[in-house]
Design a protein around this ligand. Sequence first.
Ligand SMILES: NC(=O)c1ccc[n+]([C@@H]2O[C@H](COP(=O)([O-])OP(=O)(O)OC[C@H]3O[C@@H](n4cnc5c(N)ncnc54)[C@H](OP(=O)(O)O)[C@@H]3O)[C@@H](O)[C@H]2O)c1
Length: 294
Amino acid sequence: MIEMKPRLPRMAAAGSEVQEPAEIKKLAIIGAGKLGEGLLAGVLGSQLAPVSCVNATVAHQPRADYLAEKYGIQAGTGNRKAVSGATLVLICLKPQQVKGFLHEVKRELRKDALLISAAASVTTSLIERELSHPARVVRAMPNTPCLIRHGMTAIARGKHATDADVSLANRIFSSMGRTVTVDEKHMDTITGLSASGPAYVYTIIESLAEAGVKLGLPRELSTELSAQTLLGASALVLQTGEHPAKLKDAVTTPAGCTIDGLLELEEGGLRLTLIKAVVRAAQRARQLVDSQAT
Ligand SMILES: NC(=O)c1ccc[n+]([C@@H]2O[C@H](COP(=O)([O-])OP(=O)(O)OC[C@H]3O[C@@H](n4cnc5c(N)ncnc54)[C@H](OP(=O)(O)O)[C@@H]3O)[C@@H](O)[C@H]2O)c1
């Protein structure tokens, strides 16, 4: 029987007290694509900001019209207009677009605006350097399950960001799942682990499902069994706070069938392959801002 212990602890912000987040007076969401729309829905849904104070931008007008119609916010393609007067700017652009955006809006940006960037690979110091004032910047690295409020977001503070800024970022991303506050030096690793991670997990789900199909299960049933197994096992890790190896041992009866399966995984190098996948993705995360990747 597995003992239920407190949930896995969260890392606290280094040297920071939990502070009441500041009120959002005017919010600009720049690059309201998949993530930006998820954040928009989260912010409105958790009443962190009223509809009337939100302005979102995209590259194409039809997308802006869709956002304006669906959420009742102001939406358009003009970044300068959107940031003008904004007290909070959420940057959800592709990494290679961030410098150009900052250059474009530098003059309109309020000196006291908080910038929260979710762009992979873009450091807080890069953003600070592009602006000619000591800007308050927070960096966030979410993942795609945020879109269904089961996300994992890591949050790191820039040089001039306050505890209240970090609290506000946590409040915003909590509307999309779990959050942790970390030192920024860990962000590329986190990008390779929890931001790229869903892709590794989908591969595992698909592979387990293929096995079921190979052994005669209908594909739909096999995929459901596989996906729910990962979901349940993950929940057990988070809710018990147990080491995954201990939970694995609990499933592994001596001379039973699970040990045979585990030995196959060892022979196939699953562990080492996953470790190498995260290391490679983290290395790549360092280069994204200067690459042409889309
Ligand atoms: N998706 C995730 O779960 C996730 C997770 C972690 C990090 N991120 C980061 O979030 C960022 C966005 O990812 P995404 O998946 O949301 O991408 P996406 O769906 O392609 O969204 C990008 C948005 O930017 C808009 N855009 C392009 N050029 C613009 C400009 N000059 N001014 C204003 N808006 C512009 C696009 O408009 P149109 O729609 O009109 O083309 C699009 O809506 C990336 O930096 C990524 O690293 C995303």
